[in-house]
Structure formats: C-alpha cells, structure tokens
Design a protein around this ligand. Structure first.
Ligand code: ADE
Length: 250
C-alpha cells in the first residue's frame, strides 16, 4: 500500500527537493510514496500575500494566521477522498519515535503542517490538527526539516522501498536496541582489524556477537532504552558478558 503525504509549507521547493534522493527518491519513483507540497501564500487574500501577523499580547515575532492556512487545509483535504491525519511539527509536540513512525507508515494519507516564525495561531491547531510531533529537544527555524525527517522515515518503510539487504528488520530500534557495529573490506587496515568472529562463517556465533554488541552499545549510550525493553534469557546473559568484558577492558 502506498502513502500520500501532503505538506503545507512556505517553502514547497524544499520538500520537493528532499524526496529526490536515495531510498526515498526510489520509493517516489516506484509509486510507493507520493509527496505534494502546498504553499499557504497561494491562499492569502491581500495584495501582499500575507500569511503572518503580529502576536497578541505584544513581544517580538510573528504568528501564522488562521486564514489562509485553513483555506489551504480545505483545498488539500478536498484533493483526495481518503481521510487524512493532520500533523503539526513543532518542538512542543510529542517526541517522534520509531514506533510512531511505524504506526504512521500504515496510514494511506497524511497532512503535515510546517510552521515558521513563532508558530501558528493556537485556534487553528486546536480545531484542525490531530497531533503535534517534535523530532527532538532543539529548535529549528521551521517545521520543514522535521517534516522531511518524518517523510524519510515513513517513505523507507513502505513495502518495496528497501531491498532485502537493507531490510527494515535490521534497523536500529526495530527491536528497541541500537544497531551493532558494521565492517567491510579491507579485513586488515592500519586503523585496525575486523573482529575475527565476523570472518568465521559461524552464523550462530555472528548472530550472538551482533546481539551482544547491540545490547552493549545500548547499555553504554542509551541505557534508558533498556528499561523499556524486556530482554529474554539469552539477551540478559549476553549483556552481562558485555558488561564483564567492559569492566575488564574499558
Ligand atoms: N519545528 C521547529 N523545531 C522543531 C522540532 N524540534 N521538531 C519538530 N518541528 C520543529
């Protein structure tokens, strides 16, 4: 099933450019992902094509007005019959996770609203937006980069976008853990040798080594992820081994 994503943005060319490359570019070419960008400036009604105005209560910065955003939303919703979930990208949103991406990747249609300036009039968000998402605890100058992140993460999960070797099952986070290290030729290099087990041809040993590294890295770098995951007996044992190795050779 393909997904269509409509992005409402003052910079439509940016969104179009973002979906031309790599895995996501191929998903678009294969018809698995369709991205359309709409400029609310086209729905402004004054001679200056204004989309923003001064903030009530005073202070610096401008706020995006209810109209013309609402006219653009109406136009976007009328463009196809399927209902669309409308998402506003902002630092005030719920944090985006791979679980959330997986959930959104199953929707047939999404509308992403990108704010600029100080943001969007709260009344439009209350009445026209289903969900507010943040890509992290930092502030971007607009929602476009966040929308591009979301489009990429959703696009690559569409069936047929990745080949077998890139399978989404091998992704970091697919099992709640960070990814293990990867190596390619040459086997010997002045920067070091490839871990011998990866050259052994022993698939069971390689699988165990990779799981152990993934567990160990998660423990070292993002320990909070382990609190959310329930490790089976094998994983617990491998993590203990990693912790022991780490204590002996930090
Ligand atoms: N817009 C500005 N900053 C953002 C962030 N961190 N996440 C999502 N949208 C944003």
């Amino acid at each position: 099933m393909a997904v269509r994503i409509d992005v409402i943005t003052l910079f439509p060319e940016f969104m179009h450019e973002c979906v031309k490359f790599g895995v996501v570019g191929r998903a678009v070419q294969r018809g698995l992902l369709e991205v359309r960008a709409w400029n609310p400036r086209d729905d402004a009604t004054d001679a200056h094509r204004s989309v923003d105005d001064r903030t009530y209560g005073g202070g610096p910065g401008m706020v995006m007005m209810i109209e013309p955003l609402r006219s653009t939303l109406r136009k976007v919703r009328q463009a196809t019959p399927e209902p669309a979930r409308t998402i506003y990208l902002s630092p005030q949103g719920t944090r985006l996770t791979q679980d959330k991406v997986r959930q959104l990747a199953n929707a047939p249609r999404l509308i992403l609203l990108c704010g600029r300036y100080e943001g969007v009039d709260e009344r439009l968000l209350e009445h026209e937006v289903d969900e507010e998402l943040s890509i992290g605890d930092y502030v971007l100058s607009g929602g476009e980069l966040a929308a591009a992140v979301l489009v990429d993460a959703i696009g690559r999960l569409q069936e047929g976008a990745l080949n077998d070797a890139q399978s989404a099952q091998q992704d970091s986070f697919s099992d709640g853990l960070l990814d293990c290290p990867h190596y390619t030729r040459p086997e010997q290099h002045e920067l070091g040798a490839v871990p011998a087990v990866l050259m052994s041809g022993d698939h069971a040993a390689i699988r165990r080594w990779r799981l152990k590294q993934a567990l160990g890295r998660t423990w070292l770098r993002r320990p909070e992820l382990l609190e959310d995951s329930s490790l089976d007996d094998e994983a617990k044992k491998l993590l203990q081994e990693f912790q022991r190795d780490f204590r002996d050779h930090p």
